[in-house]
Design a protein around this ligand. Structure first.
Ligand code: AMP
Ligand code: MG
Length: 484
């Protein structure tokens, strides 16, 4: 294909969501933008979607990516959802500035949403301007790619485009639009929205769509709706454990930012911990630390309780029986999470099997010493290759005592253990200061630091010469802003 590829040949869109639950979205068109221009295009993801990256860079591609010109018969929609924001229920949130462009079946036969964020005000916009700024949209791009490279389920960005507008935030900022790819945009908040209407037919249709799309094996359970719930509990328990194992803090774990698919979604004021501390929070709006690092498992379970409530009428017409069945599944969250966390920790420490007491003792040492969570595990593997880690700690004796126990628990082939540890413990995570540096430069028009950062984060486990600055914590407290 060439830059002159016609619109109709770029993607073949489907609209299974709009057909399954027509009342849960409204047809809406993207705002017109003065001078849309690609800032970054994810070529690897384009290939996965089966679309020619070069063609997306052409005029038809750009017009499509900003929602200006869509193929005939395609209707872009804004999706409705509700949600608990910081614990308070908001009955009508929805895509205030986003549109679903359509669904694409990718080269691996997976159905994926193509979604535009920053596409202008929709009927759900409330007080917002419907727009997005370059910095926060590139932040979502960077964080999604970092998570993907770490092997963590996530939505990903196909592209970020500058719109050519200036938008009003605390200052005037260049406007942007993010093209997001997701397994779907079904959220806990989508179920809450429907449950609040009391329309059991729509609720059933939504649940059937979710089962078909994400958890088809639930159909084999005696009660498929309970099966759906069980599977969402499982994928979320696994996901949160993965976050915790790399020190990821989402920052806004509202129920509208939690997926049914088990993908991480909606990167706002998210960041990775440097010094290990369960109380770490970065978001300027999270005053009480509701979404602090160590609270995330508890909050996920709370969100899943809200999902369970919405499913009760489908699970059993007898409410008491439904509550009992759903509660039993929710209780499993803690077990499933703990198992995933302990197994993940065992891998991080190179242990043949989980040893909760031993691993907790090391995390406590990190906490007391305010040591860097990411680097610490590479110090341990380096020790197995002959570079002692003890000098990294203020309390060397405490480390020594722990280390003797740790080494005694490892398998005999130390080189193999060290290699296995390095395959799960990243050298490079999106360090807050490097992310800010790249976004500031990009906002000012220089994309070079962003591309360099993306390149580093694409291979997080391979230590490479000359990249030490990407491996170091930045120092000093970090605050993330809401990112709208
Ligand atoms: P978020 O905090 O990004 O998860 O968004 C929460 C809600 O606010 C969603 O309903 C968004 O669509 C909406 N929203 C966020 N920013 C804007 C904006 N600039 N204009 C309109 N709606 C917005
Ligand atoms: Mg959101």
């Amino acid at each position: 294909m060439t830059a002159a590829t016609p619109l109709s040949e770029l993607f073949e869109f489907d609209d299974s969501y709009a057909r399954a639950v027509p009342s849960l979205s409204v047809a809406w068109k993207a705002a017109a933008f003065p001078a849309p221009r690609l800032l970054v295009l994810n070529e690897e993801l384009a290939a996965e979607l089966g679309v020619d990256a070069e063609a997306l860079c052409g005029p038809a591609g750009v017009a499509l990516l900003v929602g200006q010109e869509v193929p005939e018969g395609v209707t872009t929609v804004a999706q409705a959802y509700a949600g608990h924001q910081f614990g308070t229920y908001v009955p009508r949130l929805g895509d205030g500035r986003a549109l679903l462009l359509g669904e694409v079946v990718d080269t691996a036969d997976r159905r994926r949403d193509l979604h535009l964020k920053g596409a202008g005000r929709t009927p759900f916009a409330r007080g917002g301007d419907g727009k997005a700024a370059v910095g926060p949209m590139l932040r979502e791009y960077v964080m999604g790619e970092a998570m993907h490279a770490l092997g963590i389920p996530t939505t990903r960005a196909l592209a970020v485009l500058a719109t050519g507008e200036q938008i009003a935030r605390e200052t005037l900022l260049p406007g942007a639009l993010l093209v997001r790819v997701a397994a779907s945009h079904l959220r806990v908040g989508t179920f809450q929205y429907v449950a609040a209407t009391g329309d059991s037919d729509v609720l059933r249709a939504l649940a059937d769509h979710a089962i078909a799309r994400h958890h088809p094996d639930a159909l084999e359970d005696p009660n498929p709706y309970l099966g759906l719930y069980r599977r969402v509990v499982d994928v979320q328990a696994d996901l949160i454990a993965r976050w915790m194992l790399v020190g990821f803090i989402h920052g806004v774990m509202n129920t509208d930012n939690m997926t049914i698919s088990g993908e991480t979604i909606d990167y706002g004021p998210c960041a990775f911990v440097d010094a290990f501390d369960p109380a770490t929070k970065f978001s300027s709006i999270d005053h009480r630390g509701r979404y602090a690092y160590g609270n995330q498992p508890r909050i996920a379970q709370w969100n899943l309780a809200r999902l369970g409530e919405t499913l009760l009428p489908l699970i059993d017409p007898d409410t008491d029986a439904a509550v009992e069945a759903a509660s039993a599944q929710l209780t499993r969250f803690a077990e499933r999470y703990e198992a995933a966390w302990q197994e993940g920790l065992a891998a991080k420490f190179g242990l043949p099997e989980p040893d909760p007491e031993l691993t907790r003792a090391f995390l406590e040492l990190l906490h007391v010493e305010k040591a860097d969570f990411t680097q610490a595990f590479r110090w341990l593997s380096a020790q197995l290759r002959g570079t002692p880690a003890r000098d990294r700690f203020l309390d060397r004796e405490a480390f020594d005592a722990w280390s003797v126990r740790w080494e005694a628990a490892l398998g005999p082939d130390r080189a193999a253990v060290a290699d296995a540890m390095d395959r799960v413990n990243p050298v490079y995570i999106p360090r807050n200061h490097k992310v800010e540096e790249a976004l500031d430069a990009a906002t000012a028009g220089d994309l070079a630091p962003l591309h360099r950062l993306l390149d580093v984060l694409a291979r997080p486990f391979d230590e490479r010469p000359g990249l030490q600055e990407y491996a170091e914590p930045g120092g000093g407290p970090h605050v993330t802003y809401c990112g709208t």
